[in-house]
Design a protein around this ligand. Sequence first.
Ligand code: AQP
Length: 331
Amino acid sequence: MIQDKKIVFSGVQPSGNLTIGNYLGAIKNFSRFSEDYKTFYCVVDLHAITVRQVPAELRRRTYETLALYMACGLDEKKNTLFVQSHVPAHAELGWMLDCYTMFGELSRMTQFKDKSAKHSQNINAGLFTYPTLMAADILLYQTDLVPVGIDQKQHLELARDIAMRFNQIYGDTFTVPEGYISTDTMKIMSLAEPTSKMSKSDENQNAVVYILDSKDDIIRKFKKAVTDSDSCVKYSEDKPGVSNLITIYRAFTGKSIEEVEREFDGRGYGDFKLAVGEVCADGLAPVREEFSRLMADKSHLEAVMKAGADEAAYYARKTMSKVRRKIGFVN
Ligand code: AQP
């Protein structure tokens, strides 16, 4: 098999119901690469267990995340869709790269600091080495481009540093990846606390809009969204709540900031919030429909996972044999 296309890799954790942050910041961008790149999109279940998961829920969400990839427009014939734990080379390379990653580098990762504060009873070693496993995910496929939200930028930079370090010691082994961060939607904020990122593990259900929420729930959540004491729909740093809603509205309508500001000039927040809820719910309706159809046929999802893992393992084997040889393991 000759690989002449550039390679794209990205993943989403099945650690909760996926949010419009995951959708707008990452998944929605994935399909733009399907034609011109060789794309690997992975359900990163190994990452999910850095936080305690209920086994039956993890299993269900793994199917759901794969189905959501497909419902968001990823055709399994044009993209390699698979589950991380089905390709053991991720964990194997992760361990090897741990030995080329410095304690100090991992200690500086802001996600580790945030998650250790949030899960203070379970600050496990996996939470600490998460970024090395993420580097392995990416480097395993000789990835050129990684579409992610801005919160993953620091991890991506570490993956680049690890690749360069390894290449410097052993000669050219890994492609040094670039990030693809969609500027408009790189960080969708919580509806309840618009200075924090919208996260699928947020306990406040009103802070988060899930891709699979019903239209009524979506509209109700946007109606409750925190804004400010002003009533002017204007994009500005000192109006994080309103600016976040403008970003979401733009993502679903394709309008510019100026067009949105003009459209809601003098109309107040009530009208605006309702309109954001409606475009979001209507934009997600086809995804929800397709998701239900896909989830009704588990054996098809299993066939997709299996074919994806076989294809991914083929590419992973090539990198692993190179890495083993360079490190000095006996073949
Ligand atoms: N709010 C967001 N805005 C833009 N992009 C986002 N992403 C996540 N939240 C936002 C992007 O979605 C991709 C998959 O994320 P992940 O599943 O690997 O985990 P995460 O970044 O830790 O996302 P969450 O929702 O906050 O999960 P939990 O709560 O489990 O930690 C990534 O590309 C991410 O940038």
